[in-house]
Every structure is written in C-alpha cells, then in structure tokens.
Design a protein around this ligand. Structure first.
Ligand SMILES: *[C@@H]1O[C@H](CO)[C@@H](O)[C@H](O)[C@H]1NC(C)=O
Ligand SMILES: *[C@@H]1O[C@H](CO)[C@@H](O)[C@H](O)[C@H]1NC(C)=O
Ligand SMILES: *[C@@H]1O[C@H](CO)[C@@H](O)[C@H](O)[C@H]1NC(C)=O
Length: 470
C-alpha cells in the first residue's frame, strides 16, 4: 500500500488499529492484564475484574440502569477497572491503546442508550464507581445547597378539569415566570404541574394568582421543605428520609427508551388533541412526556459560551420517556419503542427545526451514529448539530487537537477532522469481510501508532511551554 505521506500513514494506521485488533486481539486480553501490571500504578490488580472474577457480573450489572441492555446479547467488556487513583486510569488508557481495546467510561450508568458501557468492538470499562467524594468549596462558593426554605407543589388536572386550556396558558407563561419559580409539566392522559419555588407560600400564592390564576393554586397544595428534601420529593420517592439519596440501586428494575425536543413556539390546541389521543392508545402507565421550562438564567448565557447550546429562544425542553418492566420480552420492548417513535414523529411540526434540536443527556441513537471505521464530519453533523448546534464544529476542532487518531470514540463521540486517504474505506471493507488471512499490515499499524504517540510524548516532554489555544 502506498500512502501520500508518512504522517497520513500513521493516521490511517491509527484509524484501523482497533479494527484490526478486534480480529487479532480478542483472545489475548491476558497481554492487556500484563500491561496493566507493568504500569506504575499502585495495586491495580485490586481494581481489575475479568469474567473469571466472581464479582465481575455484579460490578457490570450494578450500574446498568436501563435493563434493555442487560440481555445476553449485549456486548460485554473483556475487563472492568474500578480506579481508585488517577494512575489506574492512566494505566488503563495506555494499555487499551497498546492492545487495541476500546474504552467505555461509566459513572452512574444513567446514559439512556448504554453508550457508557457498550461497544461493538472489544472493550474495557473504566467504572468510576469509587469516585464519589463531594467537595464543597465555601470560599469560591462552588456548591449551593440548602438555600433556605423551598416550596414544592404538585397538582394534577384531567381533561375534564380543563387540562388543555391550562397547558396552553402554561406554554405562554412558564419561561417568563419569576426566576425563583420553575413549573415542570408532565403529560400522560392528564396534566401534572410540578413546581419548585425558592421562597415561602406568602410570596408564591400572589405570584401564581397574578401570572397563572387558571391553575387555582391554594396554600394547601404547597409543601415547605429544604432544597435537599425537595430533590427526594421531586423524583417521586415515597420516602421522607434523605438516606435514599445514598442508595445506589434503583428502586424499580426497568427498561426504558427516551427521546427529546426543544420547543420554540407553543404547541397549538389542535396539536394537544393528538397528544391526548396517542396517550389513550398507548395505555401504558409508565409512558409520559415532560416539559421543562427554559428562560431564567438560560436566557442570559450566550449559545457559544459552553458546549451546551440550547439557551435563549426556547420555551422548554421536551422529554419523551417510556419504561417497561418485562425484562427480556422483546415484543414488549418493540411495542413501547414503536410508540415513542410515533409520538416523536407526531411532534415534528411543533418542535424546533433546522436542526431539530436534541438534548445530549437524553441520549438517542436513532438520530444518527458514527461508523465503526472512519466517520466524516458531515455524517456526524446529522446528530452533532442537533446536540451542539454551531458548537459542534468547535468541539470537532478541539477533538482534532487532542485526539487526532480518534482513540476515544463511541457511537456518538465527536469526530476528528483529520483527513484520511481513500485507501481507508478499502481497508475498512476488508475488515468487515471474512478475509483476515493477510495480517502483514498489522505490524505496520502497531509500529506506526506507537511511534506517533512516542513522538508526541517526547515533544511534550521537551516542550515546557504551554501550547497556545487559538
Ligand atoms: C509512580 O507513581 C507514584 C505515585 O502514583 C509517583 O509518585 C511516581 O512519581 C511515579 N513514578 C514514575 C516513574 O512515573
Ligand atoms: C480478579 O482475579 C485475579 C486473578 O485471580 C486477581 O488477581 C484479582 O485481584 C481479582 N480482582 C479483584 C478485584 O479481586
Ligand atoms: C373550565 O373552564 C371553564 C371556562 O373557561 C370554566 O367555566 C370551568 O369552571 C372550568 N372547569 C374547571 C373544573 O375548572
């Protein structure tokens, strides 16, 4: 094979490195384990789990919150590392790279699509389960808990109780209310208004009478509690004890699917009729649609300030969620996923457009994914612009600087802008096909990737200057 430049050779080698590895390294994760031992990291073996360790399954399953990904066919990691020190993370990254393994980094396992613990290529999970200190810095005021009295209310209204009229009114006022008041709306076959107010009843009731009298809120609907208590109340926990916040296993085992939208204009009354109809047809008690009001501080942060771009101009964030507890029953899962796809497509005319924006934390692989091999910026833009708008291009530029070979990647990771030669697709095809006989290029891959990173390391060592960020 002839490449245009030595540098490109390295890039292509890097790209194909783990494709090659999937075929050649599946059976030798022993070498990966040896590699971990050789790194300078204190007692790493105490935090390394392979399928032969008796607690491998319990560690793996512990943070799989979405039981859609608990099935036998869900790809499993070769190794799970639960680091206690940064050196454990470093060792895992270095060895994964050397042995062509993908890395998945998992925290609470809340990811809707399981991308923090699933890969189609051989992989290792770095599970941050032991990283759970919370440090509150009083001096710089970086944490903000228990800010005095908080009021919470939750009122439900059926269709007969004018739910449609109330939602119309909510859409007009929710993003423009006092900045200490947020009213979340949850739709099923009825409407649930759930609010958090940083202040007392005496201030809230007049405020509601002025801006949203139709809801008919009275003092008796309100409960006064501390902010930290409200977090327990808001998730619908029946417990009054704050101890539930320390409980790490979810109370209900469940499988779920979520999607998201942003609204820039109110859904018209005729549009709401169709939503009621869809909920009636579904008949599943766990399906709901939630609307979080925007406005407030969100309006004051420019779109380009942080990667998260959905700021002013939005009335609310919409989440569509459906969960079911028939673990392992495909027909139930298919039916519920189909329903959520239906309501999402029904909502298209009312949602934001060009692009139809999406919320990253409600990860949704239906809106587009990366290829196993190279993915162009254009292709990744299909979903990238939905999550990040114009910040996507800037994120891709940062990615190209810090990880040009795209070692850290998953189904919806930010792509590197590094250009590849056309031979890339040809070789990728080869990997997808059966013919893996000719492995001569593998050595070349290894060598190329190693020298690329070695050069980078040496350069970093000899360069004491901090690189300029342009
Ligand atoms: C090895 O790790 C220890 C503690 O993590 C650190 O102090 C030491 O500098 C490291 N040595 C090398 C050669 O990296
Ligand atoms: C897993 O098993 C290996 C081999 O027996 C052992 O060295 C390692 O310490 C075990 N891991 C944990 C976390 O106990
Ligand atoms: C519903 O709205 C109508 C008119 O807007 C009003 O007369 C009626 O009392 C309301 N019903 C309830 C249950 O609030």
């Amino acid at each position: 094979m002839k490449y245009p430049s030595p540098y490109l050779t390295v890039v292509v080698i890097g790209l194909l490195f783990s494709l090659a590895s999937s075929a050649s390294h599946t059976h030798d994760h022993e070498h990966f384990l040896q590699c971990l031992q050789l790194q300078n990291s204190t007692s790493i073996s105490e935090v390394v789990y392979t399928p032969s360790n008796s607690s491998y399954s319990s560690i793996l399953h512990f943070s799989i919150q979405n039981h859609r990904f608990l099935s036998k066919t869900t790809p499993k990691p070769l190794v799970i590392v639960t680091p206690l020190h940064a050196s454990h993370v470093q060792a895992t990254i270095i060895c994964s790279q050397l042995h062509g393994l993908q890395i998945r980094t998992r925290s609470g396992g809340h990811d809707f699509e399981g991308v923090s613990y699933i890969s189609q290529l051989p992989f290792v999970i770095i599970d941050l389960i032991n990283y759970r200190n919370i440090e509150v810095d009083a001096e710089t005021r970086t944490a903000w808990v228990q800010a005095g009295a908080t009021i919470v209310f939750r009122v439900e209204r059926t269709l007969e109780q004018n739910a449609t009229i109330l939602i119309m009114k909510w859409q007009n006022v929710a993003s423009k209310l006092h900045e200490d008041l947020a009213i979340r709306l949850e739709l099923t076959t009825k409407a649930k208004f759930e609010a958090l107010f940083l202040g007392g009843k005496d201030k809230l009731i007049p405020l509601m009478q002025e801006r949203f009298p139709e809801l008919g809120l009275v003092k008796e609907d309100c409960t006064e509690m501390s902010w930290i208590e409200s977090t327990v109340y808001m998730v619908g926990s029946s417990s009054k004890s704050l101890q539930v916040l320390l409980q790490r296993t979810p109370s209900l085992p469940q499988s779920y699917k979520g999607k998201s939208d942003f609204l820039k204009h109110p859904i018209p009354e005729s549009g709401l009729e169709g939503i009621w109809q869809l909920f009636k047809e579904n008949g599943d008690k766990f399906a709901f649609m939630e609307l979080f009001p925007y406005g407030g501080i969100m309006d004051q942060i420019p779109q380009s300030k942080l990667p998260f771009p959905h700021r002013s101009g939005n009335l609310c964030l919409v989440g569509y969620l459906d969960s079911w507890d028939q673990h392992g029953r495909d027909e139930v899962a298919q039916k519920q996923i189909k329903w959520i796809t239906r309501i999402y497509s029904y909502m298209e005319p009312f949602a934001s457009n060009s692009p139809r924006a999406a919320y990253l934390n409600y990860r949704d692989l239906d809106i587009g994914v990366n290829n196993i091999g190279y993915t162009s910026y254009e292709q990744a833009s299909l979903w990238g612009l939905k999550y990040f708008k114009n910040n996507f291009n800037r994120l891709a530029n940062v990615k190209t600087k810090v990880d040009p070979l795209n070692f850290f990647r998953y189904k919806q990771s930010i792509p590197s802008l590094m250009k590849f030669c056309s031979c890339e697709n040809r070789v990728a095809e080869k990997f997808r096909g059966e013919e893996m006989q000719d492995n001569s290029y593998l050595d070349e891959f290894m060598e190329g990737t190693h020298s690329f990173y070695k050069n980078k390391r040496n350069k970093a060592k000899s360069n004491t200057q901090v690189p300029e960020d342009n």
